[in-house]
Design a protein around this ligand. Structure first.
Ligand SMILES: [Zn+2]
Length: 432
């Protein structure tokens, strides 16, 4: 072969490989939809309703179906002591920490087919597309399906080293305790502490998820980049009045605990609205004693919940509610007290570098995008204790979630999976 022909061959080879590197690799929208539909078949109760609660038969069967697909995609699959499913794919550099991604396939009682499922099927699609395009990343990859997300992000709590023995003894909607449930899905509750990861054990963690709210759909935006997952704090409020005869006690001589509580519920709403920002405050549970039509309510107990991306903001809203409660108590002749509850999750911020990678990828793909916060809890918030995390949201039609009416279109799921795939590839190139 003469030298000219050789150099022509080399140049064309270079052009070919450059084109291959730049070529857009595509997820398969139809395959994503088919797998979402297949997953939806698992966990139906006797009335045909969605009840794939963690640790139940449906959860066990769905996990085994999913693990089969992972194995078919060439992943090295294992279940850790907390019951998390881990699928590993080798990278070119075994010394690098893995880039992880995933979600959950358990659901709340009478739940929907998209919460957790979109991220789980999207993660599987990522691996499938890499296989189809013969791509080996530099970093090793890890696909994680977390155990019992809906019962308190159990699997990711264990990875963060925060799953306590007390939590293992708690009852779940499956009828068994968390510890018993972990055993049923192939974990070992006695060794759960051993799954703890240290900061830096993963290069990054990404989760694709449905928004579970109505902002993206309302604003006709295709992708949400999550800035953080809100912290949640609960207080029990006790309003103490005086139970007395509802017929013989004149209106000006009453200490009506429910009347004072009603004013306080309005004050909670006003307090949350009196700050700039996206904080929310809710009274979602209330009970009254003695609870008879002919007795003025003597005691009211209710639960106050405040959520925000900043712990300080949560405390500020609470302080304002407390101030308002003082004047309500004075004017109604009642006493109002607040008792902190054991629900007190810290806000978790996603990583700026990961956010930035998602933004560049999404913009390059030509999808509309906005930053937003997550008002719901996710495994990514526990993973933030271990490594830089990012979350990608797609629209929830009607803003409906935790309901059989939950729905996202196949086009939106495909866009989400495409962003997940390309963000992993971008981080693979850029993370040191
Ligand atoms: Zn979820």
């Amino acid at each position: 072969m003469n030298r000219n022909i050789i150099s022509i061959l080399i140049v064309s080879l270079q052009i070919f490989s450059a084109e291959k590197a730049n070529a857009q690799i595509n997820v398969n929208e139809q395959r994503i939809q088919t797998r979402i539909d297949e997953l939806a078949r698992f966990g139906k109760d006797s009335l045909g309703r969605n009840n794939r609660i963690a640790f139940t038969k449906g959860d066990v069967e769905a996990r085994s179906w999913y693990m089969d697909l992972m194995k078919k995609a060439g992943l090295e699959v294992s279940i850790d002591y907390a019951g998390n499913i881990i699928g590993k794919r080798k990278g070119k550099n075994a010394l690098l920490k893995p880039i992880a991604f995933g979600s959950h396939i358990d659901m709340v009682p009478l739940g929907g087919n998209y919460d957790g499922c979109v991220g789980s099927i999207g993660a599987l699609e990522l691996i499938t597309v890499l296989n189809e395009n013969n791509i080996t990343t530099v970093h090793p990859l890890e696909l994680i399906i977390f155990a019992n997300e809906e019962g308190g992000t159990v699997g990711s709590l264990a990875l963060a080293g925060e799953l306590t023995s007390a939590a293992l003894a708690q009852n779940t909607n499956s009828g068994s305790t968390i510890g018993q449930g972990i055993k049923r899905i192939g974990g070992d509750p006695d060794r759960v502490k051993e799954v703890k990861l240290n900061r830096g054990d993963l290069a990054a963690f990404l989760e694709l998820h449905i928004e579970q709210g109505g902002i993206l759909e309302k604003e006709k935006i295709q992708i949400g980049i999550v800035e953080g997952i809100v912290g949640i704090k609960w207080w029990e409020i006790t309003v103490q009045g005086f139970a007395n005869h509802a017929g013989t006690t004149p209106m000006d001589m009453r200490k009506d605990a429910l009347l004072a509580a009603s004013r306080l519920v309005i004050a909670v709403n006003e307090a949350a609205n009196s700050f700039e920002g996206k904080q929310v405050a809710t009274v979602g549970k209330i009970s009254t004693e003695p609870g008879a039509p002919n007795v003025i309510p003597g005691i009211v107990k209710m639960i106050l919940e405040v959520r925000d991306l900043s712990s300080e903001k949560i405390e500020s809203v609470f302080k304002r509610i407390q101030q308002k409660s003082d004047s309500i108590a004075r004017s109604s002749g009642t006493t109002i007290s607040f008792q902190e509850q054991n629900v007190n999750t810290k806000p978790a911020l996603t990583d700026k570098t990961v956010q930035d990678a998602i933004m560049r990828v999404t913009t390059k793909l030509g999808y509309s995008v906005r930053y937003m916060q997550s008002g719901a809890g996710h495994d990514a918030q526990e993973m933030a204790l271990i490594c830089p995390v990012g979350m990608i949201f797609i629209p929830s039609i009607g803003g409906i979630s935790h309901s059989p009416k939950e729905f996202s279109t196949s086009a939106d799921m495909a866009r989400g999976a495409t962003v997940l795939l390309n963000t992993v590839l971008t981080l693979d190139r850029e993370l040191k």
